[in-house]
Design a protein around this ligand. Structure first.
Ligand SMILES: O=C(O)c1ccc(O)c(O)c1
Ligand SMILES: [Mg+2]
Length: 628
């Protein structure tokens, strides 16, 4: 599989773009003419820079407003094309993209356009150039790949072929299977882009909101299967016009690009086994079976505050790591580790971010398989030294440099608690917390697509539509991802003063901001935790008056909700209960939830009131609120 990416997809100077694209491992680049014009290198220098990075120029684009013109415009278009063919010879590339015309003087007619392309093919041949025709989905006469193909077919010239772009086909809801009948050798180039499902003007949508395959809502998989079914064996090239990517970190965007292409090709071969994109074999995505443990990095000074919170939530000290300063806190099936080592990864994590979640261990069907898939998708391995008699638990880097470990029930890793730990109190009674319901990871808004792509490509996972959460000081966007038993919410802060934004500043980066534990009887759990001194977050009276009216809840239930500061929600399926702790000094907090009858959300309607309550609880009493 030859991979390519358009220079428009990435921010930075031409040199920075090239470095990022080469480092991510692409084979080639599409040079967007604007990027060339903006650089002050000669065409020969640009060609040499590209080749010095081990890349090839797969395409030069776009050439606009060519076909269907009356004279004198027609003659000028040919003269303009000839200049570009000469430039392409100097750059060292042989394929140009001509996009369907928007010229005010252009005339329609398939045969007129075909005749223009046949003549252009003749001219191109004298320069050793091939011309590819792409239907822009907002084109004046040609906006559908089927019409572009008919023009190419009638032009009937070996130097004229078709260029397909998933955005233009899928944005107009054209059935991608119509591509299957096009001969693969007449398709000169294929561009891929996804986009979120938002109703808007096609041109505006295309130029600002495209994203990597798998990051949006278009069926880029079905499109790619149809393309490969034709026998097309040329580059799969990302052409992503996206405002955020234009200002993002070049390396991150390039890396997400390669991850999305690898995941896409993998999905294609699994969905249609007759198709064999040239891609090394690696394991299929698997669901997560359970969260085996969550580890907090802390220090000897900070550990008591964290352990006091754990104890108040019903966790009991249950054992110790055999060689490290790591204690196990447990109730029912939930394992939390408190790491107070003074060197190594956890210590660095604590130094950088303060007390917080540094590792998450996920139980999967096969730990080695999950690790191999993650690495094939360019996740960073995490492989610190370990004692010879300790387990070597495969790990990768996740959000904010934290670590995700993989364990399973079939290998030696299933004996984690015997081999690496001395468990003295194996089954503490606890306060009724029975599993981790979800982990909430907070990050800058610009990172959300990256991490969503990370989870949805590594695991067998679904995501729910993004929701807006109103913080008194700005908006926070929230995206839930579910991979089997693992639920993660990604919260993207758009503004610094939001609770999420402040958390990122205080912890110096993205991290788990809260852990939600599940109870099967939240009122009993709330009582048990209150008896242990759990610092519950107080919710305002106005909130309870509102839900009483909104849901028509009976007075007895309302009294219990009010007594324990438990918030309430319903969806089409069931009912949901949730309460919170006050935040620790660094901003980390706990949530306790109970899902009834298949409620599938996270209580998003309650989030603004919970956030307001948290902000009140963090403000010293009696002082006016000062921003900044
Ligand atoms: O937005 C555009 O004009 C434009 C240009 C070239 C392309 O390949 C494309 O898909 C869109
Ligand atoms: Mg395109």
């Amino acid at each position: 599989m030859k991979t390519s990416i358009a220079t428009v997809s990435i921010s930075g100077s031409f040199r920075e773009k090239l470095a990022a694209i080469a480092q991510a491992g692409f084979d080639g680049i599409e040079i967007f003419e604007q990027d060339f014009l903006a650089s002050d290198h000669t065409p020969q220098e640009v060609g040499r820079m590209v080749r010095d990075h081990g890349l090839e120029i797969t395409l030069f684009q776009p050439f606009r407003d060519f076909e269907g013109l009356p004279e004198p415009h027609r003659g000028r278009a040919f003269a303009r094309a000839e200049r570009k063919f000469q430039l392409m010879n100097e750059l060292g590339t042989d394929l140009v993209l001509v996009c369907s015309t928007l010229h005010p003087q252009a005339m329609g007619g398939i045969d007129r356009a075909a005749a223009d392309f046949r003549e252009l093919g003749e001219l191109a041949a004298t320069y050793g150039i091939r011309v590819g025709y792409e239907a822009l989905c907002w084109g004046r006469y040609v906006s559908d790949h089927r019409d572009a193909w008919e023009i190419v077919r009638r032009a009937d010239h070996p130097n004229v072929g078709l260029i397909l772009d998933s955005f233009h086909t899928l944005a107009r809801k054209t059935d991608p299977d119509t591509i299957r009948s096009i001969p693969g050798d007449r398709i000169f180039f294929v561009q891929l882009a996804d986009a979120p499902a938002i109703e808007m003007d096609l041109l505006y949508w295309s130029r600002h909101f495209r994203n990597m395959p798998g990051e949006g809502d278009l069926d880029v998989g079905a499109f790619t299967r149809a393309v490969l079914a034709t026998g097309y064996a040329g580059p799969l090239s990302l052409e992503i016009f996206n405002d955020q990517f234009r200002s993002g970190l070049p390396r991150l965007v390039a890396q997400d690009g390669i991850r999305s292409l690898i995941a896409l090709a993998d999905q294609v071969r699994r969905d249609e086994p007759a198709l064999t994109p040239d891609l090394p074999d690696f394991p299929a995505p698997a669901p997560v079976e359970d969260c085996e443990f969550v580890e907090f990095a802390t220090s000897a000074e900070d550990a008591p505050a964290l352990e006091a919170l754990l104890a108040s939530a019903g966790f009991e000290h249950a054992g110790r790591h055999r060689s490290k300063q790591v204690s196990l806190w447990r109730q029912n099936g939930v394992n939390l580790l408190v790491n107070a080592e003074t060197e190594g990864f956890a210590h660095s994590a604590w130094l950088t971010h303060g007390t917080g979640v540094s590792e998450i261990a996920l139980r999967v069907p096969d730990a080695q398989d999950s690790y191999d898939r993650a690495v094939a998708l360019r996740a960073l391995p995490h492989d610190p030294a370990h004692q010879p008699d300790e387990l070597d638990i495969p790990g990768i880097r996740g959000v904010g440099g934290s670590v995700i470990r993989f364990v399973d029930g079939k290998s030696r890793l299933s004996r984690l608690w015997e081999v690496d730990f001395e468990v003295s109190n194996p089954d503490p009674a606890g306060a009724g917390l029975v599993r981790i319901d979800h982990l909430a990871q907070t990050m800058a808004y610009e990172e959300m697509l990256s991490w969503s792509l990370f989870y949805t490509t590594l695991f067998k996972a679904d995501r729910t539509p993004m929701v807006d959460v109103v913080d008194p000081d700005g908006l926070v966007r929230s995206q839930a991802i579910r991979a089997g038993a693992l639920r993660v919410t990604l919260n993207g802060a758009e503004a610094r003063h939001t609770l999420a934004g402040r958390f990122i500043e205080e912890t110096f980066g993205s991290a788990v901001q809260h852990i939600a534990f599940a109870s099967d009887d939240i009122f009993a759990t709330a009582r048990a935790m209150a008896a242990r001194g759990f610092p519950v977050l107080k919710i305002g009276a106005n909130y309870f008056d509102d839900i009483e009216a909104r849901f028509g809840l009976d007075p007895a239930l309302m009294a219990r909700l009010r007594a324990h500061d438990i918030m309430y929600d319903e969806d089409g399926a069931g009912r949901f209960f949730q309460f919170y702790s006050q935040p620790l000094a660094g901003g980390l907090f706990f949530e306790i939830v109970q899902r009834c009858d298949g409620y599938d959300g996270y209580g998003a309607p309650n989030a603004p009131f919970r956030i307001a309550a948290q902000k009140r609880s963090m403000r010293p009493a009696g002082l006016p609120r000062v921003k900044g």
